[in-house]
Design a binder for this molecule. Structure first.
Ligand code: URA
Length: 459
């Protein structure tokens, strides 16, 4: 009933169109105006058409860091907030803006937990071509990502890490606003993205937040400038809300690691935690892609330990993480977390025995000799989605077994006919259907090229 809503809003002196006009004309909104707006939107007293108009005004006019912090806090307070102060351990989480083959949360949470910092991680599902941590974890038979808050607390207390999905009452204002932004062209706005991500992360309650802002063809942010601007905004709001925070901007022009697809990424996650990591240049890691992925996990993990005061400096933090890897403690913690979620813990030691594999596994060969100069993340992500590893429609089911692995990295020297990757498909036709997309993903040149830097900026 729009008219009744308008009348009720006007009766207590709150006139939504005046707020929209103020932002439309480039003025800053006050904390009270933002708080009132979100409280009314969350309780259905502001209709979607006015929320859309304000989102578009914010899209064009932006928000100051203070306004963004107020918006984030108002959205956080639209639902439950978790508090871990009685856990007796520091708490930390990592947020990635998402990319192709980005499975880092899965090994990172048990690794950091093995070093004494609890990781309460609330993750999402795949969005477009970027995979989701929950979809990946659900390829482990039995893994239940929908724990109650009480059970989440138990797992965190007993194991030290738990990865679950967003509960219904975590930042519900963001859920409604995000759906509206998706259909009104207002997703790519830094204050709106910041408040959306952080309303959920602040509600989740971890005292330390480390951001991995991805940048490149397979990411939301395409340029280093855009990614840095988002990283700075996330840092300003997280710190403004009293949390310890650091951010890395990392490359997403090529996929992360060697596998893209749900079960394939779980398998790689377990490999990343193994004490006997294959050296770069070996048959299992020919281009050092796994070593690069492990380095990123160490960089993010070290920041989580330092900021939580679980390590006095970077060297101590790295030594603790390396110890947890080489002793097998991190791999054991992964098994414990999976078991606590009802999953088959053998996935840690023997992923090939536990995870479903695709019926068709075929090589995708290099068309010529030379040096790999491009392995385009967006096209590789699209190929994985077409195989069934992602969703074309939000209602689609995921095929956990399919995807791509043994992906060669930029800089690799290849000969015609060498596999550039393996396709894991349901049928031969499905494998053939992605060959054009894959052919366009790779470029091979005559001269050697250096592997690109993975960390572009730190703050
Ligand atoms: N992820 C979110 O949670 N929100 C956004 O707005 C963008 C990415």
């Amino acid at each position: 009933m729009p008219d009744q809503q308008q009348a009720a809003n006007a009766a207590d002196g709150f006139v939504p169109q005046w707020i929209i006009e103020k932002k439309r004309d480039g003025e800053a909104l006050s904390e009270r105006e933002i708080r009132e707006w979100i409280a009314r939107y969350a309780s259905g007293r502001i209709p979607d058409y006015q929320m859309s108009a304000l989102a578009m005004a914010i899209f064009f006019r932006g928000m100051s860091p203070e306004e963004t912090l107020w918006l984030t806090q108002a959205m956080m307070l639209s639902g439950d907030t978790l508090d871990w102060s009685d856990l007796g351990r520091p708490t930390a989480d990592k947020h990635s803006t998402g990319g192709i083959g980005d499975k880092l949360s899965i090994p990172l949470a048990p690794l950091v937990a093995a070093c004494g910092v609890a990781v309460p991680m609330i993750s999402g599902r795949g969005l477009g071509i970027t995979g989701g941590t929950l979809d990946k974890l659900e390829s482990i038979p039995g893994y239940d990502a929908r724990l109650s808050t009480e059970r989440f607390r138990d797992v965190l207390s007993n194991v030290g890490c738990s990865i679950i999905g967003q509960t219904d009452n975590l930042a519900p204002a963001d859920r409604s606003l995000y759906a509206l932004r998706d259909v009104t062209g207002t997703v790519p706005s830094i204050p709106l993205i910041t408040s959306s991500i952080l309303s959920k992360k602040l509600a989740e309650g971890a005292r330390t937040l480390v951001f991995d802002v991805k940048c490149g063809s397979g990411a939301f942010m395409k340029t280093p400038e855009q990614a840095q601007a988002l990283a700075k905004s996330l840092l300003a709001v997280a710190r403004g809300a009293g949390r310890n925070a650091e951010a890395l901007v990392t490359s997403m022009d090529s996929p992360l690691g060697m596998a893209v697809g749900n079960a394939l990424e779980i398998r790689e996650s377990a490999e990343l935690l193994r004490p006997d990591a294959p050296p770069p240049g070996s048959a299992a890691d020919p281009d050092g892609a796994l070593a690069g992925e492990r380095e990123l996990i160490l960089a993010l993990g070290a920041a989580m330990l330092r900021l939580s005061d679980a390590a006095k400096d970077e060297a101590y933090a790295r030594a603790a993480l390396e110890d947890a890897l080489s002793s097998g403690a991190a791999l054991q913690k992964f098994a414990e977390m999976v078991a606590a979620h009802g999953g088959d813990a053998n996935v840690a030691e023997s992923p090939e025995k536990v995870l479903e594999s695709a019926p068709v596994i075929v090589d995708f060969p290099a068309p010529r000799d030379g040096f790999l100069t491009k392995a385009d993340a967006a096209r590789i992500g699209r190929a994985a989605l077409l195989l069934g590893a992602g969703r074309k429609l939000a209602s689609d089911a995921i095929d956990h077994a399919v995807g791509l692995d043994r992906i060669r990295a930029v800089g690799a020297k290849v000969q015609a006919g060498d596999p550039l990757l393996r396709i894991h498909a349901r049928t031969n036709d499905a494998a053939d259907a992605v060959r054009d997309e894959l052919a366009a993903a790779f470029e091979i040149g005559d001269s050697p090229v250096a592997a690109p830097e993975s960390v572009i900026w730190r703050g």
